[in-house]
Design a protein around this ligand. Structure first.
Ligand SMILES: CC(=O)N[C@H]1[C@@H](OP(=O)(O)OP(=O)(O)OC[C@H]2O[C@@H](n3ccc(=O)[nH]c3=O)[C@H](O)[C@@H]2O)O[C@H](CO)[C@@H](O)[C@@H]1O
Ligand SMILES: C=C(OP(=O)(O)O)C(=O)O
Length: 419
């Protein structure tokens, strides 16, 4: 199993190009199932989750062609299988996103229940309830969600909690339903907006994306389109935190500052100088040690849970004590114990971690348990004195394109080694 080897202590400096957003490209690729013509998606990041999604769409019978610029053309006209098997769903929970499109377009879907994962139990009851509200017959049998419908009918769907993929599943299903659907308490994440924009480019009529109340007027068909995925705000934030932790100066290119308000304001609180342009963000720490910050995760536009682990790493070497509260997932502090192995002073109390910054951490072998935990451990390795090896980096490949190459480009001493 591959590992990442880091020799810490070098400030990050330079420019890094940000890739397309994982959490946008996955639902967007899946949404192509709704069309009756080929759809081309650009700015696709080279990620393991993208490969898994392509494999899943291929198993459903769609034809996919990728060109050398990583544009993917999805031709959904040959779709002839409606089952998302456990083997794929267990490696990528976002597979649940085929449920809405398959039942809306083909009247039939069987998707393996995703089950829990390292960060929490992550049920999908809201996806099921939403589809039932649109008139689908849904049952759970032998570990599979089985859904059937002739044609879905628009309805008012009130989500019990803000769910990103839940909102996306219902939005995609409602796009081809008869009549109008209103989703209340909808997720407002930029990736939800990106999906709505892609669907609208295919002929859907979706209003209110980016607010808590979305209105979807169902249409008879969706046609082909060309759509470019928005930049990854979590990848952007991860590199900026790296610059802040190492006292460096990094400009992230091909990104969008307007999707990162909560993260940038926390970075400014650390003492970093942050400047932004149309498609770039620059963070200059000027060789200083960051100040510890307190934060609480919550749905967008609040501070994203997908940046929590990275800020936990930052607080480990910051000046002062930082308190981080996780309200989205019930078990998202698996990185804390690994950070302790590097010498961090962290205490977990329920859904809060209290981190007293230490002046120095020291390298050690550590192990990643999930995607953002692995990013956090790599960041910690960048500041720890000596050698850190991060094991189980397959997690990081789910969501970061060429992370070690991008970090090397910023001056980090990092490389991938065979396990
Ligand atoms: C592919 C993708 O976009 N993944 C993102 C998505 O995951 P995902 O869409 O799976 O996360 P949700 O927004 O659905 O989860 C939010 C909370 O709602 C709960 N819940 C959700 C659905 C449901 O039917 N019942 C229920 O109880 C979850 O357990 C969790 O506690 O949003 C998360 C929260 O921003 C991010 O961390 C993930 O990176
Ligand atoms: C939790 C994440 O992804 P997923 O929902 O795909 O597990 C993430 O991107 O941090």
């Amino acid at each position: 199993m591959a590992k990442i080897l880091i020799n810490g202590g070098v400030p990050l400096n330079g420019e890094v190009a940000i890739s397309g957003a994982k959490n946008a490209v996955l639902p967007i690729l899946v949404s192509c199932l709704l069309a009756d013509e080929p759809v081309t998606i650009g700015n696709v990041p080279h990620l393991h989750d993208v490969t898994t999604t392509m494999e899943l769409l291929g198993q459903l019978g769609a034809q996919l062609v990728m060109d050398d610029r990583m544009e993917i053309q999805v031709d959904p006209r040959t779709t002839n299988n409606f089952v998302a098997p456990y083997d794929l769903v267990k490696t990528m929970r976002a597979s649940i996103l085929v449920l809405g499109p398959l039942v809306a377009r083909y009247g039939h879907a069987e998707v393996s229940l995703p089950g829990g994962c390292a960060i929490g139990s992550r049920p999908v009851d809201q996806h099921i309830r939403g589809l039932q509200a649109l008139g689908a017959e849904v049952s759970v049998e032998n570990g599979f969600i089985k859904a059937r419908a002739t044609r879905l009918k628009g309805a008012r769907v009130v989500m019990d909690m803000v769910t990103v993929t839940g909102t996306e599943n219902i939005m995609m299903a409602a796009a081809l339903a008869s009549g109008t659907t209103v989703i209340e308490n909808a997720a407002q994440e930029p990736e939800v907006v990106d999906l709505a924009m892609c669907l609208n480019a295919m002929g859907a009529q979706i209003e209110g994306a980016g607010t808590s109340s979305m209105v979807i007027h169902g249409v008879e068909r969706l046609h082909g389109a060309h759509y470019n995925v928005l930049p990854d705000r979590i990848e952007t934030g991860t590199f900026l935190v790296g610059a802040a932790m190492t006292g460096g100066k990094v400009r992230a290119r091909n990104t969008r500052a307007d999707t990162l308000d909560a993260v940038l304001s926390k970075l400014e609180e650390t003492g970093a100088h942050v400047s932004t342009g149309d498609d770039w963000i620059e963070l200059d720490m000027g060789g200083r040690r960051p100040k510890a910050v307190d934060l609480t995760t919550a749905p967008y536009p609040a501070f994203p849970t997908d940046m929590q682990a990275q800020f936990t790493a930052l607080n480990c070497i910051a000046e002062g004590t930082g308190i981080i509260t996780e309200t989205v997932f019930e078990n998202r502090f698996m990185h804390a114990q690994e950070l302790q192995r590097l010498g961090a002073d962290i205490r977990i109390e329920g859904n809060t971690v209290i981190i007293r910054g230490v002046k120095e951490m020291s390298g050690a072998p550590i192990m990643a348990t999930d995607l953002r935990a692995s990013a956090c451990l790599v960041l910690a390795g960048l500041v720890a004195q000596g050698e850190t090896t991060v094991d189980r980096v397959y997690h990081i490949d789910r969501g970061y394109e060429n992370i070690e190459e991008k970090l090397s480009g910023l001056g980090a001493r990092i490389r991938r080694i065979a396990g």
